[in-house]
Structures are given as structure tokens and as C-alpha cells.
Design a protein around this ligand. Structure first.
Ligand code: G3P
Ligand code: MG
Length: 415
């Protein structure tokens, strides 16, 4: 087996801890990018005094466009590469509903973007409120379709003969009045058919919300109503009309389903980061073999070419870092990591030692990070919904000014 000298360990630096970021109010505020965010990610990408890469993902309740598009936008705003595998939006876990429903009505977002997202997830027949309004404009007496709206419509659907099985609220509604009119009619219908009224109000479509944020942070000075507020409104109208409580299924933060999903995504992403790093090390070490060494025996020790980004001082293996001491069968201190050991490590990746979750909304972010697993460490920042001087409904493990302070705090805590 090809073997490395011990000092390779100093260069094998991927953190055993990880980060998960909320987006609105932490990384961006509407069209503005929060200025500290770029520097914060630079630090996690290796520009820190420990020369360590820290894996991270984003868990936002926002949505309305494909994860790939969101990743692209974040990459350009933050000037670093972010892939779709790092982005979980409120509606991302709704992918799991594809096998259950054929006909779905998707609410929210601009134009027919959410239809495209749902189709991308694999949903078969995806309708949007504009299709219903095109079918029968009298459904929404105070809204007339514009020519632009009509471009997004499916024009050949007869909703008096179509059974909508589920309503999926993917993103914030751009037209509360029209959307609520259609949603409520369907909830109270006979099996999701427009123009019908159930006698029992228990046969309409199921309704799912991508999240329940009552308010959220934009670039306006006060927070704005979010999807949670729409949920409250629909439930109140439903109760008023039927005398019954509306049953809804919620995704997003702080729901457990989203937490499980986030853990899976984070595990995969950490694995990718680690494997990429192992590949870099392997090719750096292999390219350093001199011609004569190549002819020598199998157990040849290779020298590892130190990267230009050297740690400030030679470091001992430390907590918070994947290194040979993390591998139980590390029996050869002098010889260090073998390629075999490195791949073993990537195959048997343990869960992150700590996941730092940085958010701005106590009710969704801090509650999310505090509720499901003790290894998650909640950090509340002051750049979004939470306002200094108020008492957060859910107590974070740490509070700081902004995302850069959060990253600095966590890295120092780990080393
Ligand atoms: O609609 C988006 C909003 O409610 C929250 O997004 O990134 O703060 O979870 P985020
Ligand atoms: Mg937020």
C-alpha cells in the first residue's frame, strides 16, 4: 500500500463539526446581501487561522424556485461555489409526496415557477391557481388575468371534472385574495372538484405548507407577513365557514421531518467534502513520486508536497478535525494515514460532532436547532427578525451580532 509520512495529517484538515445556515435575515435581506456573509463563508472554505475546511449547508424556509437556481444565486452573491446539494428550501422535502398524489394544486411564487419546481420533483399533474382562473374567471371576481398571466396558464383543464388530491403551498402567495378563494373552495369541496360543496367537509384535498413562518425579514425596517400568516387566515376562514378545525401538514423549520431531511443532506455533503479532500491529497501525494521511487517496493513511503496554504504553526491533531486520531485502527503513529485509512474514514463518516445552526427567527430557527438533537448548537443573530432588547421565545445557546461573528465564535469554540 502507498503510505504517507505523518505530516500529511497536518494537511488533512476537514472539520468534524459543521454549519447550517438560515438564509433570510442571516445571509440576505430581500435583494440585499448581508455584508458579513461573504467573509463568513470564506472562513469556512479554509481562510481561517487553522487552515481548516468546515462543511456547511443552507436550511431556508423560503422557496419558489429550484434548489439549483437558489444555489446559483447564492454562489454569485457570496462569490464562492455553492451547489444545489447544499440547499434545502421549505418545499424540498415535499419531494417525498410524489408517490402519493397525481393531481396537485401548487400555491405561491412568481408566474409558473412553482409548477416547474414541482414537476422537477416528479409530480405528474401540477396545477396552479392561474389555471383555475383561466378555466373560469368568475372564480375570483376581483382579479382579472393579465396577458402575462395567461402565458403561464394550462388552458385545456376542466376543473369541474378534475380531482385535486392535494394543495401544496410551496412559497408565499402573491395574490392572497384569489389564492384563498380557490384554496377554501377546494378544502370544502367534494373530493377536490371545483364548483362542488361537501356536506361533511371531510373529503376535500389534503393541504401542506412548506413552512409556518408568521413573519420574516426583508429589507423593509419591519418584518413582513409570511406563509404562517396565510395559514392562520385560511384556518380562520375554514373554521368560520364549517365550524371545524382545519388539518394541515407542515414542512420547513422547526418541523422534525425537515430536521431529519437536513441531517441526511448534511451527512451527504460532509461526505462529499471529505472525499474531495482525500482525492486532492491522493493526487498531490501521487504526483510527487519520483521516477526511481516508482520502481521501488510496494511499501514505499511517499513525501507529501505541502500545500501553499500552510497552517500557521505545525499542529497536533485536535478536537474538531478529522485526523488519524479519529480513526480507531490508527496503530501506526509514525507512518500516519494510508490511502486505505483515508477511504475508510470517508466510508464510515460519523455524524458531525456539532452542527452550528445560525438563524434569525427564534420560533423557527432556534426552536428547530434546539428540539431534535443535542449536538445541534443554536446561534441567534441580530440581522433579521429577532430584535435586540426583546426576549426570544426560544433561547439560543449563543447570541451574536451577525453571521460572521457566529462563525468566528464557533471556530474558536472548537479549537
Ligand atoms: O419565505 C421565506 C421566509 O419565511 C424565511 O426564510 O431563510 O429565514 O428560513 P428563512
Ligand atoms: Mg430567517
Amino acid at each position: 500500500a502507498v503510505r504517507y509520512k505523518t505530516h500529511i495529517v497536518d494537511h488533512f484538515r476537514v472539520a468534524s463539526y459543521a454549519f447550517a445556515f438560515d438564509i433570510d435575515g442571516v445571509i440576505v435581506k430581500g435583494p440585499e446581501t448581508i455584508p458579513y456573509a461573504k467573509q463568513a463563508l470564506k472562513m469556512l472554505n479554509g481562510e481561517n487561522k487553522y487552515n481548516i475546511r468546515v462543511p456547511y449547508i443552507f436550511v431556508t424556509n423560503g422557496g419558489g424556485r429550484p434548489e439549483s437556481e437558489r444555489a446559483k444565486e447564492l454562489s454569485s452573491r457570496l462569490e464562492c461555489e455553492i451547489t444545489e446539494d447544499q440547499v434545502i428550501q421549505g418545499h424540498t422535502p415535499m419531494k417525498d409526496l410524489v408517490a402519493i398524489y397525481d393531481n396537485v394544486l401548487v400555491i405561491g411564487g412568481v408566474g409558473d415557477k412553482c409548477r416547474k419546481v414541482a414537476e422537477g420533483y416528479g409530480f405528474k399533474n401540477v396545477f396552479i391557481p392561474l389555471d383555475v382562473m383561466y378555466w373560469n374567471p368568475s372564480v375570483t371576481p376581483y382579479y382579472t388575468l393579465t396577458e402575462e398571466d395567461k402565458e403561464f396558464c394550462k388552458k385545456d383543464v376542466d376543473f369541474s371534472k378534475t380531482k385535486i388530491e392535494a394543495i401544496l403551498v410551496f412559497a408565499d402567495s402573491r395574490n392572497w385574495a384569489a389564492d384563498q378563494q380557490i384554496i377554501l373552495e377546494l378544502l370544502m369541496s367534494k373530493k377536490g372538484v371545483m364548483g362542488t360543496v361537501s356536506e361533511t367537509f371531510d373529503e376535500g384535498p389534503a393541504i401542506y405548507f412548506a413552512h409556518s413562518d408568521f413573519i420574516w425579514a426583508t429589507n423593509y425596517k419591519l418584518s413582513r407577513y409570511g406563509m404562517g400568516a396565510l395559514q392562520v387566515s385560511i384556518a380562520a376562514l375554514y373554521r368560520e365557514h364549517t365550524g371545524k378545525e382545519l388539518k394541515v401538514t407542515r414542512f420547513g423549520k422547526p418541523q422534525r421531518g425537515t430536521f431529519k431531511y437536513a441531517e441526511k443532506v448534511l451527512m451527504n455533503w460532509r461526505q462529499d467534502v471529505l472525499e474531495e479532500h482525500v482525492e486532492e491529497l491522493t493526487s498531490a501525494a501521487t504526483s510527487d513520486v519520483s521516477a526511481e521511487e516508482e520502481d521501488e517496493e510496494e511499501e514505499q513511503i511517499l513525501s507529501f508536497k505541502p500545500s501553499s496554504k500552510k497552517p500557521e504553526k505545525p499542529t497536533q491533531p485536535k478536537k474538531g478535525v478529522f485526523n488519524e486520531t479519529d480513526s480507531e485502527d490508527s496503530d501506526d503513529e509514525d507512518e500516519g494515514l494510508t490511502i486505505q485509512k483515508l477511504s475508510q474514514l470517508t466510508l464510515d463518516l460519523p455524524p458531525a460532532s456539532t452542527v452550528y445552526f445560525v438563524g434569525d427567527t427564534p420560533e423557527s430557527d432556534i426552536r428547530f436547532a434546539n428540539s431534535h438533537d443535542e449536538s445541534w448548537h443554536s446561534i441567534l443573530v441580530k440581522t433579521g427578525v429577532y430584535q435586540e432588547g426583546t426576549v426570544p421565545k426560544y433561547q439560543p445557546k449563543h447570541t451574536c451580532d451577525n453571521v460572521l461573528e457566529a462563525v468566528k465564535y464557533a471556530i474558536e469554540r472548537e479549537h
